[in-house]
Design a protein around this ligand. Structure first.
Ligand SMILES: [Zn+2]
Length: 296
């Protein structure tokens, strides 16, 4: 065999090997494509099933609320809506924790919105099993709805209709030493955030302590103050926090009661429905309310 022929054969073998490998690649590619198509179909099927299940599950509380609204159409609209929302919240908590048990709709009684009723219940998932030392109460200095930035500062917010809103950070995020990394916990009280839960009433936009006192465009509502007390009582119960002036207090009391300097904070201690109450008295009323609910 001449050198030239040998060279020719060698090139031919290379060409055949290349062609075979291209074919193999193409086959493999098709195989992977088929596999991908199957996975995508499966994913689509699961997504459809999940959306259908969610829609089915949501239908029950929606029908229940419609039923309640019908039953309450003779009552004050605000009260009716609040009760409807309470019921929806109960249904939502139920759906999140256990399977929704379908029940015949019950007659509405005033006890269903009484103190520590499930209407004001803080969902268990909002209260991780950690050690917390205190609860500090605030207002957001905003409107009656929780704003996006508010959610970075507080663990739980109370909107104008009493709705509870969960903040961006978990209560557990305030457990560790917070001095050097201020971007990963709820920063609600200067120098006093470690093991401190921040609860805030969505209110008091544009308010100023004065004098003259200016309550702004969204004065704190009594309903919100009462719901805040219910929330704090539940937190004290779950976290075994004693009700004292250094463990359950308003932001406006932190400097005096704990000794950590705050700059001119007065939240949430001016009560628009009881302007004669001093901030100290409001703090005492907060603790008294919590103690009463805890049965102390
Ligand atoms: Zn505050």
């Amino acid at each position: 065999m001449s050198e030239r022929t040998r060279q020719g054969l060698f090139e031919l073998r290379v060409a055949i090997a290349k062609a075979l490998s291209i074919e193999t690649d193409a086959g493999k590619k098709q195989e992977l494509q088929d596999e991908l198509d199957t996975l995508q179909e499966e994913r689509d099927r699961h997504l459809t099933m999940i959306s259908q299940a969610l829609a089915d599950e949501l239908e029950k509380p929606i029908q229940r609320v419609e039923q309640i609204v019908r039953e309450l159409q003779n009552e004050d609209l605000h009260v009716a809506l609040r009760r409807a929302m309470d019921k929806l919240r109960i249904a939502k908590v139920g759906a999140a924790s256990t399977r929704l048990v379908s029940q015949p709709s019950q007659p509405i009684t005033t006890t269903s919105v009484g103190p520590l009723s499930s209407s004001s219940a803080v969902p268990a998932s909002w209260m991780p099993n950690v050690t917390m030392d205190r609860v500090i109460c605030h207002w957001t200095a905003g409107g009656y709805r929780a704003g996006g930035l508010d959610k970075f500062h507080y663990h739980i917010m109370i909107e104008g209709d009493g709705t509870l809103v969960r903040g961006k950070f978990s209560i557990a995020d305030n457990v560790r030493n917070l001095i050097w990394n201020p971007r990963n916990y709820a920063a609600h009280t200067k120098g006093t955030n470690t093991r401190a839960i921040g609860v805030s009433v969505c209110s008091m936009a544009g308010a100023a302590e004065g004098p003259p006192l200016n309550l702004g465009t969204a004065p704190m509502l009594k309903l919100q103050w009462e719901r805040m007390i219910e929330v704090v009582a539940q937190l004290c119960r779950i976290y075994d926090i004693a009700v004292t002036p250094t463990t359950v207090l308003g932001h406006g009391e932190v400097e005096a009661n704990i000794g950590n300097k705050q700059s001119g904070k007065w939240d949430p201690l001016v009560l628009p429905w009881d302007l004669n109450a001093s901030k100290t008295q409001a703090g005492t009323m907060l603790r008294q309310g919590v103690s009463d609910l805890l049965g102390n």
